[in-house]
Ligand binder design. Structure first.
Ligand code: FES
Length: 102
């Protein structure tokens, strides 16, 4: 377990997201109203990269088959079949730096 520097806060403005490679994992970092959230970037349906989708409030819409995920919880919001929740990473901000716990 450790804290990994993800980016500076100004690299991910409100309503934006960023793809990161952390410890060999694809991670999506999103800024929702000034709070940062990090979840797995890989859709649990068929493996799309979620950062290529559309962020709409708390929700990220998968670019392939339009599953809707809650970025703040990693939970599935909308899709015809149930999918396992996405891994959620703990995020912290220290000064102008954003860290992800792994
Ligand atoms: S890969 Fe995301 S909905 Fe199919």
């Amino acid at each position: 377990m450790g804290r990994i520097l993800a980016c500076r806060i100004d690299e991910v403005p409100n309503g934006k997201m960023k793809h990161l490679q952390i410890d060999g994992n694809d991670v999506l970092l999103a800024n929702i109203e000034g709070t940062y959230y990090a979840i797995s970037d890989i859709c649990n349906h068929a493996g799309a990269n979620l950062h290529e989708g559309k962020l709409n409030g708390n929700n990220i819409i998968c670019p392939w088959h339009k599953a809707v995920w809650d970025v703040t919880t990693g939970e599935l919001v909308q899709f015809p079949v149930r999918l396992r929740s996405l891994k959620v990473y703990k995020v912290s901000v220290d000064g102008d730096a954003v860290y992800i716990e792994v």
